[in-house]
Write a protein that binds this ligand. Sequence first.
Ligand SMILES: N[C@@H](CCC(=O)N[C@@H](CS)C(=O)NCC(=O)O)C(=O)O
Length: 230
Amino acid sequence: MPRLELFHLPGACSRVTLTALEMTGAPFQVTVPRDRADLAKPDYKKRNPFGQVPLLIFDDQPLMENIAILATLARLYPEAGLIPTNDSWLASMTLSRMATCASQLHPTMTRILFPQLFCDSSPEALERTRALALGMMRARLAAIESGFGDKWWLGDTFTIADPYLLWITNRLVLLDLDDLTDFPKLKAHVARVKATEAAQRVLAREAEYVAEQEAAGAQLPPFLRPAMAA
Ligand SMILES: N[C@@H](CCC(=O)N[C@@H](CS)C(=O)NCC(=O)O)C(=O)O
């Protein structure tokens, strides 16, 4: 099996990859950049030209983009259940849910948190961009809520799509963007996924990383701090 090294920022979307690694039971190493500026350094950008996390090194091969990494881990560790292997339609549905997170919900979250990347910097434009993105997020959540059952996103089968959705919904709550009152099924799902062993191990790891970073005087983004290790 390959040597695995994940580049991860506490609270970031690489938490989904970290959860997947925990689910595989394989040994892996986590590198937490001391600050976000490290992601812009040439050495890192050689391996991820966008300067983002997650980045997973398989032996010496770097792989970026959550979906690609998760699908690769699912193929290497089929017994982990990241993507079901005994039902090909369920596998397709899992990929579809992963894509919903990566291409619909995550980019919308980015517009809510960093509107300055998408419009000019006047307060009105920033506020309007953020409000529109929040409206879009709520519309997407309403659509997901309407088809949600009482267990996992795909019914009785837990898949990596559950921690992926959790990363979005939990972040909305922690950053006071939406308390999910209008989405009771999704709110219950947050608690259900957080209670899983893999999610608990991830939160414990993040708490360690955050404590190490704070002790070393690292500059953690203050407005994202509530979404770390929680
Ligand atoms: N499409 C990418 C998105 C990755 C992404 O947006 N990562 C963010 C964290 S959630 C990042 O590293 N941002 C760089 C920064 O904040 O400096 C994926 O799904 O892996």
